[in-house]
Design a protein around this ligand. Sequence first.
Ligand code: SAJ
Length: 428
Amino acid sequence: MPTKICVLGLGYVGLPTAAVFATTGADVVGVDVDPKRVNDLRQGGGQVEEPGLRTLVQAAVHSGHLGAQAVPEPADAFIIAVGTPLGARNTADLAAVRNAAEWIVPHLRPGNTVVLESTVPPGTTETVLVPILERTGMRARPDGGRREDFYVAHCPERVLPGNIIRELIDNDRVIGGLTPAAAEAARGYYQRFANGHLYLTDARTAELVKLAENVFRDLNIALANELAGACEALGANVWDVIELANRHPRVRLLRPGPGVGGHCISVDPWFLIHAVPESTRLMRLAREVNDRQPARVAERVRKMTAGIAHPKVAILGVAYKGGVGDARGSPAIPIVAELRAGGHDVVCCDPHVTAFVWPLRSLEDALAGSDCAVIVADHEEFLRTSPADVRTMMRTPQILDTRGRVPVDTWRQAGLRVVRLGDGRGDR
Ligand code: SAJ
């Protein structure tokens, strides 16, 4: 009998994980509360725009090893990959984790393994997931000389949107077992496809490892954003400063930008901040610094368009970063909202995003007659556009590059004014 795996949650982690497990010969069933996601998977598709994902899912469905249904069924392993967004007052909303656990309860059998992949506040595996699963009367910990009846582990996903398939297979992973036997049991599943090393630890450590990773990035980006402000004030170019500082063997600064978006790095630090407010002052400050970036971009646009009657602004890229089609938590949202509130006519364009808060137009429509084009998500399509065409389409040919990606000299030679976030050397 092939191994049976049930994946709960068919989002940007669950869908590729289900497909990759299916390629190892396991029989995989994906479930989701959203019937559209279930149908999409059945038809070999999916709503997640990610390089290589469609091909992988289609191959897995055609092989007969991957299916989808509205509710779980008995399996050897249950993988929970549901969202853990921010709820009220920036606390974690764990409703989907609870629902998934409750869904598993009627199907849980002795010897099963349940893995939580979702990013969660410290202690969630032990204090939220396990108590629900133990309603079955079975125990996840050894009890009076008796071994655990089933195994529970936290194995946080680590994939980078835009490079998910490769990272899913190649990245090292941390597997935190509620018990050592649970970590071993979970390893048995992940070693079916993982090329990276599998590090075994306990569940609480794994929870903190995941949060530490994203906090590290949030802090590093906040540092880059502060350096950008400092360079602007001091007449230096942050992009040169960072590039040259990173030539040091032990320095790895990240990049400034319009703000930190998405559903991970701007969310996960709060899980730790709320757990221990007194020891996370720096983390809170980093969140504040990064959350202020969109207002700084809007301020820059206001300066660039000062004196122009009824200024039109083209927002190029509303995804939370370049190369992805996901606009959740995108810094474009506060930037557009603030500019519109101030009376700017704002037109958005994004070749990767299908639905946004405001209507999306073609690049030509966005640029036509505009007075400032703001690169918010650095999609390659924008960087490949002919600057001469851009100049011709705009009324006031000026670009605000918040990502430091525009080939400045070429674009300036084409007659565009190019302003870069973090560049205090003027518009040369
Ligand atoms: N950003 C910058 N400057 C940078 C890097 C990123 O401003 O130098 C911005 C991006 O534009 C974006 C946000 O930060 O708005 C986050 O982008 P990201 O590429 O850093 O990260 P995510 O959110 O797409 O994915 C992260 C990854 N975590 C780490 O790299 C430590 C990924 O591996 C995790 O799986 C994912 O979070 C998650 O699910 O937690």
